[in-house]
Write a protein that binds this ligand. Structure first.
Ligand SMILES: Cc1cc2nc3c(=O)[nH]c(=O)nc-3n(C[C@H](O)[C@H](O)[C@H](O)COP(=O)(O)OP(=O)(O)OC[C@H]3O[C@@H](n4cnc5c(N)ncnc54)[C@H](O)[C@@H]3O)c2cc1C
Length: 403
């Protein structure tokens, strides 16, 4: 396809990160049936030597194979949890923790999509996204060109993101180092999901350790709070952790990643006012508010959109009551953490020390049955969670009142 005939496409995907690429991949697998897709991304995502950048790694737990199992870089069948009150190996009930590297994902996706005739690419800066004049969606590039499509799937922050107004607006922010030691220091068979034995500073702070082999590991200091820290604070926390908890003095930093992920109970508008634009990925509210995990939710969102379009339905059909129920739990957990009704270290220690971690993971994935959810609630601290439930219910009541 040439550029002149792609400025109007059937499907426009704004942003070729995790959500944009996933969606294109799912659409291509569901069958494009002649529909033309235009991908628009501002970054080349490659380094000077042509390799894809590894700007992030995506981790998640799951049972069974991932649709991108061939891209999984490391798997951990054992996870440890550590806190001043309780430490132990988690009973995962068949879940495996997995990591996909950004560089591998971009390389594989770009290679696979490059071979599909219906998919065209445009590198450019998007300046505006909104409803088009013909019932679809449209976007304007910084160079002034306008692109339109029956659907615009937008994963950029432009015209998307949490609605303004009251609500909890935490961020999950983290600095991670891939370090290499000169002697064997890690057990590559076991990762540490959360280690709260790090100064809490009045927030929720933990360290995450993912060994790649006996001498290499990603060590990440993660904080849930309203504002990011100064870089020096993450550095001091990682150095202190390596020294005091792992007894590691000498190491080389091979790679680093910094990230910020929204944790909010604010609504994310799913579409533009007339529905021509559908927001996806982080911009579309795919992040789990209480944990920040997003990747698997992006995978589920992309698969659902592709299946709906292939069946001639609207892209977001089929979001059900289940999602609403788990949305409530999420807001309650986020409320407890944000208002520090109970410290994050205690909240997660309560859950992981008193419950099978497999049930906690299923609960966080929105896959539990009501009786299991009662189990989870019974293990959480009553006072803080009741206060949070009341506040969340009052907020919902207030929002539902006619204005
Ligand atoms: C460092 C880091 C690590 C993370 N780790 C995990 C993890 O382990 N597990 C997990 O579940 N989640 C994780 N997340 C959260 C989430 O999964 C990722 O942020 C994920 O990449 C979100 O996908 P996305 O497509 O919504 O956004 P992105 O992947 O950021 O894609 C958006 C794309 O839009 C492009 N874009 C933006 N603005 C414009 C514009 N104006 N014009 C043109 N293009 C534009 C960007 O260049 C980008 O390519 C992590 C996030 C970060 C930042």
């Amino acid at each position: 396809m040439t550029l002149s005939d792609t400025l109007k496409a059937d499907i426009v995907i704004a942003g070729a990160g995790a959500a944009g690429l996933h969606l294109a991949w799912c659409l291509s697998r569901a069958g494009l049936a002649g529909r033309r897709v235009l991908m628009i991304e501002r970054e080349a995502k490659t380094t000077a030597d042509g390799a894809f950048v590894n700007d992030r790694t995506w981790c998640f737990w799951e049972r069974g194979a991932n649709p991108l199992e061939h891209l999984v870089f490391r798997r951990w069948a054992n996870l440890d949890f550590k806190s001043p009150r309780w430490s132990g190996r988690l009973a995962l009930d068949g879940h495996v923790y997995k990591m996909i590297r950004g560089a591998d994902f971009h390389a594989a996706m770009r290679a696979e999509l490059a071979g599909i005739d219906e998919i065209a690419w445009l590198q450019g800066e998007i300046a505006d996204v909104g409803d088009g004049s013909d019932g679809g969606g449209a976007l304007r590039l910084a160079d002034g060109r306008v692109v339109s499509g029956r659907w615009v799937f937008n994963s950029t922050p432009i015209g998307a993101g949490p609605a303004p107004g009251p609500g909890i607006r935490l961020i999950q922010h983290f600095l991670g180092w891939v370090i290499r030691t000169s002697e064997d220091r890690f057990d590559p068979g076991a990762a540490t999901l959360m280690d709260f034995r790090t100064p809490q500073g009045g927030d929720t702070r933990f360290v995450y350790v993912l060994p790649f082999d006996a001498r290499t590991a990603l060590v990440e200091h993660t904080v849930f709070s309203a504002q990011p820290l100064d870089r020096a604070e993450y550095v001091a926390a990682i150095e202190g952790y390596l020294r005091e908890q792992l007894g590691i003095g000498g190491y080389v930093i091979e790679h680093q990643e910094y990230g910020e992920i929204p944790m909010t109970d604010a609504a994310f508008p799913a579409t533009s006012p007339r529905g021509g634009v559908v927001n996806i990925g982080t911009a579309g509210g795919a992040t789990k508010p209480s944990t920040g995990y997003t990747f698997k939710r992006i995978q589920a969102q992309s698969a659902r959109i592709a299946a709906n379009l292939a069946a001639g339905r609207a892209p977001l059909d089929g979001r059900g009551a289940e999602a609403a129920r788990f949305g409530w739990y999420d807001r309650i957990l986020l409320n407890v953490l944000a208002h520090r009704r109970r410290g994050g270290a205690d909240v997660f220690t309560d859950l992981f020390s008193r419950l099978n971690a497999g049930v906690v993971f299923d609960f966080l994935d929105g896959r539990t049955r009501p009786w299991q959810e009662l189990q989870v609630m019974a293990r959480a601290a009553k006072g803080p969670f009741l206060a949070a439930t009341l506040e969340v219910a009052m907020g919902a009541l207030h929002r539902s009142r006619p204005k």
